[in-house]
Design a protein around this ligand. Sequence first.
Ligand code: XMP
Length: 518
Amino acid sequence: PVLVVDFGAQYSQLIARRVREARIYSEVIAHDAALEEFLAKDPAAIILSGGPSSVYAEDAPALDPQLLEQGIPVFGICYGFQKMTDALGGTVANTGGREFGRTMLEVTGDGGVLHHGLTQTQPVWMSHNDAVQEAPAGFTVTASTPGAPVAAFESVQRRMAGVQYHPEVMHTPHGQEVLTRFLYEIAGLKPTWTAANIAESLIADIKAQVGDDGLAICGLSGGVDSAVAAALVQRAIGDRLTCVFVDHGLLRAGEREQVQTDFVAATGARLVTVDAEETFLTELAGVSDPETKRKIIGREFIRSFEGAVSEVLGDKAESGQKVDFLVQGTLYPDVVESGGGAGTANIKSHHNVGGLPEDLEFELVEPLRLLFKDEVRAVGRELGLPEEIVARQPFPGPGLGIRIVGDITKERLDLLRKADLIAREELSAAGLDGQIWQCPVVLLADVRSVGVQGDSRTYGHPIVLRPVSSEDAMTADWTRIPYEVLATISTRITNEVPDVNRVVLDVTSKPPGTIEWE
Ligand code: XMP
């Protein structure tokens, strides 16, 4: 892999993702990992990420200088750029030229490999106090900014380069191009990380883990992650996988059919569906506190799942077999956030399908634990999953239960399902799916508003549209949806959904608002 050395900035995951966008496999590694650990991963290149500190600060995160002497191609970014300058004998100093945000970069000379042919001046995203004053011997300086006399340097011969700015962020328009040039032209790497190759290697890994007669079980949520994880395992071990789908009645229109019909048709997976709507609604009756709702839904989910698993286990037990493996759709950002690039999984109850039954012991199969969401989608397409599943927006485990502000009833759920379907239909028809990360549709059941419909006064409820754009749901901005599309959605919802006489738009970013309302 290309190893992204994490110096504690929030950018290292993003860098790994950009490297993978260049179709080269990349992983994040902590800066204090031992040299042997680095070398054991047989890195094709090393990228030193940005970091919060000054290289001369006492607590500055260290870099083992030996790492730069292994003949491995190296690319330094921001703090990493300064760190490599320092280690290779250049100078870094604080001369008061700090720069934050959009800055104009001036290409010098022919721009070298990284910057040749790009416009002479171009905007880049900066965030630094110190600056490189002198490049290490043997390196060519190829760009500068007002506050950074050396904003980029490279040595093709040593296969090393670096930039003071952040090429990984969107605010640096040429960033991806520069990073890709480093990978292809300086490090000499080939773009081999394709969906087909990823799928093939994941299937081989699953076969190796589960063995020739291991049995596995997988909870399907209807979401893309669990669907792709299950599809991969199905390819690897066929009918030795059983999928369990709990219909808790808090799903959106069409989701059950997507799993029961489309997913099964595309994969041939063996599926057990648990009908639990009644139980869930009974347990949730009269509850309006969000955290209490979440707890009840989580608890009931485990019960239902456990019930189904015991049944499957029961069948197998009679034939003397045991289910040893539980498939989970854990993604790379979760793995990085829980601090484990390798080793045992740290399961966040927030993200998995309701949590693990405590008294059942499974070994986890997590085929997606090294993938980002867009890669999961690409693999899903490669495996032939239908677009409705692969392109599906993220949907929270507690479902529509946390999109009704107030207590949950069947009537309210039906009403919300109608409004949600209208919003989805119109956003898709307007071609906005690519721009929207997800669009929660929320029913303010505890709020009433006065309206006039068909010449008479109504006293109904508002529906909130919450379209957001995001890369990973950690931060988000509200999506600027064209007014005409909003108008169509509003008209349709107030016309077609009983009891709703008002549609409002949520224009809050995250932070301060979360994506969901509860
Ligand atoms: P928030 O509302 O925290 O949501 O900004 C971030 C992302 O997580 C989803 N979400 C959940 N997913 N179980 C889940 O599996 C949950 O309890 C849960 N709560 C929020 C949310 O839809 C968004 O994508």
